[in-house]
Design a protein around this ligand. Structure first.
Ligand code: CTP
Ligand code: CA
Length: 275
């Protein structure tokens, strides 16, 4: 499945890209979703492939065709995406978390299609004097786990395991970057998962972005203002700010999403140098 013998500055690297917007079921025919088109995530996956990486693209439903050569994993909910990402990062060098992840899900999705007339009868029985209340449906939502946050612990644990295995005589079972070109020279090595986050904001873009970089202890955070007509959901172009873990901030011009993807990988590659 992986294409071998590729060249490029990501040759021999395993990268995981998430894309699209997760969907949370309300009942069997309805979901809570968001406006992510998946374009930026698919462009990131295509660019990594072109640079020789082994790419696993974990995507919530989109209208797009996955780039040829990527290992494509389609998920729907945030919990499913968390599980898929957990499995994928076990052997990955980089996680680019571009998906727009639903922060909440219905606490108890209805097992059968919700019928508006039945709801009206229920509500009416409780508040028969309030005709307007009969037109209200209340959905109870619960918080989803934060995938990037969860992996802070996971990647730390993996690093510990790798370090322990390095000092022990037995070879490490789990080796990252195990393509033929790399595995011969590095049969076992400690691995740090490079984590890249995104922030789609409508206001106070820069301050929220800086907070997210720190809170999720990311290597890079790519922020954009989704109220701009040339950026964000569904657009073919994007204007982004890139925050670096060391405090650096870059403002990029409006560019096609493919070029933004290239600019992002240009910043990830140097971080891989010491891995
Ligand atoms: N993210 C995640 N798991 C979640 C929510 C978000 O891994 N449950 C990731 C996104 O994929 C993105 C980054 O965290 O890379 C920032 O997502 P964003 O929604 O902007 O931040 P939140 O921390 O969810 O804050 P808020 O939505 O309240 O602004
Ligand atoms: Ca969120």
């Amino acid at each position: 499945r992986w294409l071998l013998g590729r060249t490029g500055d990501l040759a021999g690297r395993r990268v995981v890209v998430t894309a699209g917007g997760t969907r949370e079921p309300v009942d069997p025919v309805r979901f809570l979703g968001n406006r992510s088109s998946g374009k930026m995530g698919f462009a990131l996956a295509a660019e990594a492939l072109a640079r020789g990486a082994q790419v696993r693209l974990i995507s919530a439903p989109t209208a797009l065709t996955p780039p040829y050569g990527a290992e494509f994993v389609e998920v729907e909910t945030t919990l499913q995406m968390l599980e898929a990402v957990r499995q994928a990062v076990a052997t990955a060098d980089v996680l680019v978390m571009n998906a727009a992840v639903a922060d909440f899900r219905p606490a108890a999705p209805a097992p059968r299609k919700i019928k508006k007339e039945e709801l009206r009868a229920d509500e009416g029985a409780r508040a028969d004097a309030q005709a307007e209340a009969e037109e209200v449906l209340t959905l109870r939502l619960v918080r989803n786990p934060d995938i990037l946050q969860e992996l802070t612990h996971l990647s730390a644990a993996q690093t510990d395991t790798a370090a322990a295995a390095r000092s022990a005589p037995a070879p490490l079972a789990e080796v990252s970057g195990s393509s033929p070109s790399r595995s011969s020279e590095t049969p076992a090595r400690p691995r740090r998962l490079i984590r890249v986050g995104f922030a789609a904001e409508t206001h106070d873009v820069l301050s929220y972005a800086r907070q997210k970089l720190a809170q999720k202890s990311l290597d890079l955070l790519v922020a954009n203002d989704v109220t701009r007509p040339d950026s964000g959901f569904g657009s073919d172009t994007n204007k982004v700010y890139i925050f670096h873990a060391d405090g650096g901030l870059e403002e990029l011009p409006v560019m096609p999403k493919e070029e933004v993807a290239a600019a992002i990988w240009d910043r990830i590659v140097p971080l891989l140098g010491t891995n």
